[in-house]
Each structure stands twice: as C-alpha cells, then as structure tokens.
Design a binder for this molecule. Structure first.
Ligand code: UGA
Length: 440
C-alpha cells in the first residue's frame, strides 16, 4: 500500500483521497483553507456528495488532513494535484493553483506528481521541464485524469469505465496504475499529452451529444415530434448508445462549460478554429434563453410576473451552483422585470433579487409559472391540486422533461416541456386564448 498526498480538498481531491484510502492506501489531503481542514478533521464533509461521508468515516484511520505542505509531502510516494483550474477571463484554464503546488514542493521531494486536475494539453511537459530546471530529477510525473461526475463520484471512481494513465516514464505509469489495484476497469496507457487530450475530448464529446439532442428537441417542437421517443430510438443503435441524450435547458456545472471553453481556446491558441465545439457552446447558451421565449409565449411580457425556479444546483444530487443554468435564467428574468423565487433541496445560493423558499409549494404560491430547472426527484411530486390552486397561472415549463405531460395536464396545469409533442396550447385553452398582457 502506498502513501498518497492529495493537494486540494474540493470535490475531486476529497473523492480521490477517500477512495484511495478505501482501497487501503494511506492518504493525506492538503488544502490551503484552514476552515475546510478543520471541518474535515472534525469528521465533517464540507461538500454535498452522496456516499462520500460513509467512505470518509470508515477510513478515518487511513486519511488525514493538513494545511502544511511539508507534512503532506513527507514520506509520500505520490503527490496528486487536485486543485481547481477555473477559466481565466480569456477562457483558458487558470493554472495558478497547479503551479503553486509544483513551486511549493520542497527541494528534497522524491515522489511522483500525478495530475488529476483538468489541464490543457502540454501542461505535463511544462511541469516536467520546471521540475527538471529545479533539479528535481527524483520527482516523476504522470497524468491520471478524472472522469467522475458529481453526485455519483464515489461510484464513478470505484467502478470507472476506464482508468487513463499518461507518463513520461513507464515506471511512473506502472506505479500509478498499480495504485488502482482492486478496481476492475480497462487501463488506457498513453503519453502525457494524449492522456490530457482524452479528458478534454471526452467532455467535449459529451457536451456535443447534449447540444445535439437539444437542437433535435428544438426542431421537434417545430415539427410536432417528441424528443423522448427520438432519443430512445437513436440511442438503441449500439453505435450511438443511450447516454447524454437527455434534452433540456442546457448543460452547466464545474466542468463542462470550463473544459469546453478551455479546449476551444487551446485549439485557437494553437492556430485551429474548432468550429464544431464553438457551435456546441453557442447552442448551449441559446438553449437556456429559450425558456424565456416559452414563458413569454404564455404570459406575454414578463415584467411584474412571478416566476418560480424549481431546482437551482446545476444538476440533482449536488449543491454545486457553478455555471448552473438557474443563474442565467434568474438574471435574465430579473432583467425582464420578473419577480423570481427559487427552491432547491440542497443548494442555498445567494442570488441577488431571488427570494429563496423552503418548499416548492411556497416558491410557486402566487406564481405565474413554475420552471423546472433541475430534475430533483422531489419535484416528481410537485404537480398537485394544492400547487395548482396556489399558482396564479398553473403553467409548468419543464426544462428537464422530468414530468409526464399527460399526468400534469390531467391535473389542470398547462405544460411546456423541451421538445415534447404536447404543448400547453393544446391543453389549457384559457391560457392559450388569453391576449398577451402588455404590463408596462
Ligand atoms: C462531467 C462528466 O460527466 C464527468 O465524466 C467528468 O469527469 C466531469 O464532468 C469533470 O470533468 O470533472 P458533471 O459535470 O459532474 O460531470 O455532471 P454531468 O452529470 O455530466 O452533467 C453535466 C451537465 O450536463 C448538467 O448540467 C446536466 O444537467 C447536463 N446534462 C447531462 C444534460 O443536459 N443532458 C444529458 O443527457 C446529460
């Protein structure tokens, strides 16, 4: 069993550390935030990630937390870098936290640096050169990108589709591969640049699928087809597969927006215009705004209208608000003069101008429309007689196709899905026939 230091106690670092401890390794997690380290030492888990608390709890004797670089590096054979790489103003990945970790390594460090953070292709080569320039020949380097999704990160780590290891030296690659003993998955061994590209290309491909099905959904709305049938029908082709074909109001989160932008910029900085990826990103921007068109179609001008946003986190089973579509929706609605209320079972964001409510029912009271922004399972129960009575206009815009249109319609709601064949105008004449209000 190895001693592993993990730099960064965020989603990726904590999941990686907890899971390596679960595999029997001795892990020390280092972060720069005193409060975070304190809470972790007290047995608290500072992020919402299902199952992570159990894994941490059962491995308490194998995992420790520190603020001190020396303490982390001392005796460690592997130095996992799992710090954030947010986009810069220019859209490139900001590697300052990565470089801080590398620069802070003591001169007598002897270990393999393993890059878990998502970085542009070429980063490993630059880090290798910097280590060499400092004479840190005893420090190896490998790339071991992560493919875990928030909400299912523990399972994704322990039961991955594949493990990717890129290294300059075979021995470093072998050692990193061996750390994963106990996990049953194919291992892809590659050079460092290719390992870095696998990560970016995988996320770019996933967002391409989502933007593709979102555009199909938009066309479905125009021609009277139902995207759920279409997605099922195309997903059963084994060459295409069923995953990431859920149409909705667009992709968000801590990874997809950042990584797609980073790949776009990486290509551009290298002299290549990545036309397809540009379109995929643009489709996603427009997709979020289509919700406003739907609301306006039913309600007329949105000034003075009360809109409830149900689900605020970028997806269910996380409290992560990074690049959540709810942020764009809330600010667009506020810009249009609407009154916005929000509900989420876990996320408690401070959104300027948005009143947070404790229950979906409270959020929709007196509302002109409820928008399902995040498909929390709790919302399956939301359409009820009580909710319909509470709303000023019983209109549901289902940005995630969570609900069954027929059931919702039977309850007396107007329903507008994403790419669904049944539109609200078929079902609630009093709303469809109402003249759009001019509310200024
Ligand atoms: C994503 C990838 O799925 C992981 O493989 C990857 O490791 C991770 O990014 C990363 O780079 O760290 P994550 O962002 O946690 O994981 O969440 P996803 O479940 O992939 O969802 C991302 C967004 O796409 C969400 O906003 C979700 O609502 C949206 N989505 C997903 C759709 O709109 N339709 C789909 O069919 C699937």
């Amino acid at each position: 069993m190895a001693r592993i230091a993990i730099f960064g106690a965020g989603y990726v670092g904590l999941v990686t550390g907890a899971c390596f401890a679960d595999l029997g390794h001795e892990v020390v997690v280092r972060d720069i935030l005193p409060e975070r380290i304190e809470r972790l030492r007290d047995g608290e888990v500072p992020i919402y990630e299902p199952g992570l608390d159990d894994v941490l709890a059962r491995n308490r004797e194998r995992i420790s937390f520190t603020l001190d670089v020396r303490e982390a590096v001392e005796g460690a054979e592997f130095l996992y870098v799992a710090v954030g790489t947010p986009p810069t103003y220019a859209g490139d990945a900001d590697l300052s936290a990565v470089w801080t970790v590398i620069d802070e390594l003591p001169d007598d460090a002897r270990a393999t640096v393993v890059m878990k953070s998502t970085v542009p292709v070429g980063t490993g080569e630059k880090v290798r050169a910097a280590l060499d320039a400092r004479g840190l020949d005893a420090v190896g380097y490998a790339s071991n990108p992560e493919f875990t999704a928030e909400g299912t990160a523990v399972r994704d780590f322990m039961e991955p589709d594949r493990i990717v290891v890129g290294a300059f030296d075979e021995s470093d690659g072998d050692a990193v591969e061996a750390l994963h003993a106990g996990i049953d998955a194919p291992v892809v061994r590659a050079d460092v640049n290719s390992a870095e590209m696998i990560k970016l290309a995988a996320n770019a491909f996933l967002v391409t699928r989502i933007s593709f099905i979102n555009e199909i959904a938009n066309v479905c709305e125009l021609v009277g087809a139902d995207v759920l049938h279409v997605a099922k029908g195309i997903g059963l082709d084994h060459r295409l597969g069923p995953h990431f074909l859920r149409a909705g109001l667009g992709w968000g989160g801590s990874c997809f927006p950042k990584d797609s932008l980073a790949l776009k910029q990486l290509a551009a900085n290298s002299g290549y215009h990545f036309q397809l990826l540009n379109a995929v990103i643009e489709v996603n921007e427009l997709q979020k705004r289509r919700v406003l068109n739907k609301l306006e179609r039913h309600l007329g001008k949105l000034r003075g209208k009360r809109i409830a946003l149900l689900g605020l986190a970028f997806k269910p089973n996380t409290d992560d608000m990074r690049e959540a579509p709810s942020l764009v929706l809330a600010s667009r609605l506020i810009a249009e003069g609407a009154e916005v209320r929000g509900w989420d079972p876990v996320a408690r964001p401070e959104l300027q101008g948005v009143e947070l409510c404790a229950t979906p029912l409270e959020a929709v009271s007196g509302a002109d429309a409820a928008v399902i922004v995040t498909e929390w399972p709790q919302l399956l129960e939301f359409p009820s007689e009580e909710a319909r009575q509470a709303m000023r206009h019983p209109l549901i815009v289902d940005g995630r196709n969570l609900l069954d249109p027929a059931t919702v319609r039977a309850l007396g709601f107007a329903y507008e899905g994403t790419g669904r064949r049944i539109s609200a105008t078929d079902v609630l004449p009093e709303i469809a026939e109402r003249e759009p209000e001019t509310s200024e």
